[in-house]
Design a protein. Structure first.
Length: 136
């Protein structure tokens, strides 16, 4: 009896793990702000018409982790009006250097491929939204 319960428990755990993997994948697909590299940055930011907002972050940065869900919130609400991307400064130091990113988090709003405003540090969702709307 204990052996059959153990087998059943193991099967349930495997099913739960499979469902969690699927849900994690679905959440990643729903994420509006894609993490991009140097090559994608040229294509999606510098060579793009319209408004693009880039969150420069580092994985070790506490305030960056606080900003992440806020940035995603703005991205999901305004994704039809502007494009939202994230750049890991440790993996893309050349971009960080080019745009003089000395502190993270820093967001830069681009209009037609040109940086128009730098936003340093954590900001509430409404503040970010208002800044982006000013360039639409």
């Amino acid at each position: 009896m204990i052996k059959s319960q153990r087998k059943h428990t193991d099967e349930v755990i495997i099913k739960v793990e499979e469902v969690l993997k699927i849900k994690k994948y679905e959440l990643e697909e729903l994420s509006m702000a894609k993490v991009i590299n140097s090559n994608e940055f040229i294509e999606h930011v510098e060579n793009t018409k319209g408004v693009v907002v880039v969150d420069f972050f580092a994985t070790w940065c506490g305030p960056c982790k606080m900003l992440a869900p806020v940035f995603e919130g703005v991205s999901s609400k305004m994704g039809d009006k502007a494009n939202f991307f994230k750049v890991d400064i440790d993996k893309n130091g050349n971009i960080a250097q080019k745009y003089r990113i000395y502190a993270v988090p820093t967001m830069i709003i681009f209009k037609d491929g040109v940086p128009v405003e730098n936003l340093a540090g954590f900001m509430p969702e409404q503040n970010i939204t208002n800044k982006v709307k000013a360039y639409l």
